[in-house]
Design a protein around this ligand. Structure first.
Ligand code: NAD
Length: 490
């Protein structure tokens, strides 16, 4: 039975004003929920209410330990509903249940981490160069628009909400149209934790309507965006019109490098996990594997053996490793890329098709796919596919390898598999990416900054200093003169 969802904005649960639409479970295409999309007028109401709420003493004058307590209660609220939230997230975007549980746990950890950061934040007294005391404090930027994609909802949303609330901002959150559920549940948890009405609003709907209205709204002072590079560029253009800071967490085409001395079992496991977990619908998916020619054949054989044994199936099953893609339209995009790879001369070594029979036919499933024989310059190796498609590329010379890894518009992440620490350090420093994993992949810690470079975006998420993204700095000079300032009297 499909549930009816409401939006939460300006402190009230109700239907948004736009047309009704349905969300589907990617496993079988069944309708999971119906809800109304928001409109620009709803955005205006939410933002006006957020502006009032963030200036009210109940929010603006919270002491650091009180604000921390609130964030802590949100973390606890998530933990109390952990299994329920994980199951809802599975229905929302079809990720395997074990991944959903990890995302929910990470969201709770994010609020807990920023609770600690808020409580222990210190401002600085700066060295004085005159008869005055100088200090610098951080002020909340105001109302923040947070815009998130569909691939890891609760984790993405927590990574924006938690630092924004810790900094004292109010947030109007626009989740992806097709995965609104986690943001709505987070709003419920925030409300129960005691977040004042208006401080958190959630408005699902179309990016071109709700997202656009948020970006343009004069009272929105910052946009925290995660999504595709094309949309991010559009947001940046609009933000320039009102000198609004943004953080843009965008796409990727991350290389994973296997050196001649790599422990091959570790490298194979890491490459498999890096590209095929989350069905490759991950900004940091390791979608280009550069394998040294001396171990290429051995690596390829073990990789293909691993691919053949991956369990692609029902996301509700505990042992499923790869679920369906988020919907049929996205599967068609992935299929077009695989066809492009074939047209460009690539050889499909595994996958390259939909699995068929039984429940596979109803869902938006696609097989884990490995393609070799393409140069790094091929479009299939250059563009983000956001699906379970790995390009396998041999390499010989280290300088050429680094040049090929960097020969891409994106710069989000990279992986290195080697026992040679000096080589790992040398190559890792030379790669143009925001994150480098050495002998591991796709591991995350909320205490470690995350950001892209090049067309993967900018702006820090995670890490204690992530709070700074939601603040402006204000300097104070406090006169200590015993006499009036001399200029007027001289
Ligand atoms: P998308 O850019 O299509 O949508 C992201 C969000 O932006 C959605 O909420 C969407 O409704 C909204 N949006 C769309 N048009 C808009 C507009 N004109 N104005 C304002 N908002 C608008 O991306 P997607 O397909 O949902 O997600 C996949 C993309 O997200 C991939 O490129 C992936 O790499 C990227 N991503 C990046 C990271 C990261 O941390 N760098 C993490 C996850 C996903």
């Amino acid at each position: 039975m499909a549930e009816t969802l409401q939006s939460f904005f300006a402190g009230r649960w109700r239907d948004a004003s736009g047309p009704e639409y349905a969300t589907e479970y990617p496993h079988d295409g069944s309708v999971v929920a119906t809800l109304h999309a928001a409109t620009a007028a709803d955005v205006d109401e939410a933002v006006q209410a957020a502006e009032r709420a963030r200036r009210a003493p109940a929010w603006a004058r919270l002491k650091p330990h009180e604000r921390a307590g609130l964030l802590w209660r949100i973390a606890q609220g998530i933990r109390e509903r952990a299994e329920d939230l994980a199951q809802l997230q599975r229905l929302d975007n079809g990720k395997p249940i074990r991944e959903c549980r990890a995302l929910v746990a990470s969201a709770a950890g994010t609020f807990q981490f920023f609770a600690a950061a808020a409580e222990t934040w210190e401002e600085t007294i700066t060295p004085s160069r005159g008869d005055y005391l100088t200090m610098s404090v951080h002020e909340p930027l105001g109302v923040v628009g947070a815009i998130t994609p569909w691939n890891s909802p609760i984790a993405s949303e927590a990574q924006k909400l938690a630092p924004a609330l810790a900094a004292g901002c109010a947030v109007v959150l626009k989740p992806a149209e097709i995965t609104p559920r986690m943001a709505i549940e987070l709003a419920r948890i925030c409300q129960r934790a005691g977040v004042p009405d208006g401080i958190v609003s959630v408005l699902p709907g179309k990016g071109s309507v709700v997202g656009d209205a948020l970006v343009r709204h004069p009272l929105v002072k910052r946009i925290a965006f995660t999504g595709g590079t094309a949309v991010g560029l559009g947001i940046q253009r609009l933000a320039a019109e009102k000198l609004m800071p943004t953080s843009l967490e965008l796409g990727g085409k991350s290389p994973t490098v296997v050196l001649p001395d790599a422990e091959l079992d570790h490298a194979v496991a890491g490459v498999l996990y890096g590209i095929f977990s989350s069905s490759g619908e991950s900004c940091i998916a390791g979608s280009r594997a550069f394998v040294h020619e001396s171990v290429y054949d051995a690596f390829r054989a073990r990789l293909l053996d691993g691919v053949a044994r991956l369990r692609v199936g029902d996301p509700a099953r505990e042992d499923t490793q790869m679920g369906p893609l988020v919907n049929r339209a996205h599967r068609e995009t992935v299929e077009r890329y695989v066809q492009l790879g074939r047209d460009e001369g690539g050889r499909v070594l595994a996958g390259g098709a939909r699995p068929t029979g039984g429940f596979y036919d109803a869902g938006s499933y696609y097989l884990p796919t490995v393609i070799e024989g393409l140069p790094n310059r091929a479009r299939m190796c250059q563009e983000e596919i956001f699906g379970p498609v790995l390009a396998l590329l041999p390499w010989r010379d280290e300088d050429d390898l680094v040049a090929q890894c960097n020969d891409n518009v994106y710069g989000l992440a990279a992986g290195l598999w080697t026992r040679d620490f000096r080589a790992a350090w040398r190559i890792g420093r030379a790669l143009e990416t925001g994150t480098v994993w050495i002998n591991t992949y796709k591991q995350f810690s909320i205490s470690t900054p995350f950001s892209g470079v090049k067309m993967s975006g900018y702006g820090q998420e995670k890490g204690r200093l992530g709070i700074l993204e939601y603040t402006s700095q204000k300097s104070f000079y406090v006169g200590l003169n015993e006499q009036p300032l001399p200029w007027a009297l001289s």
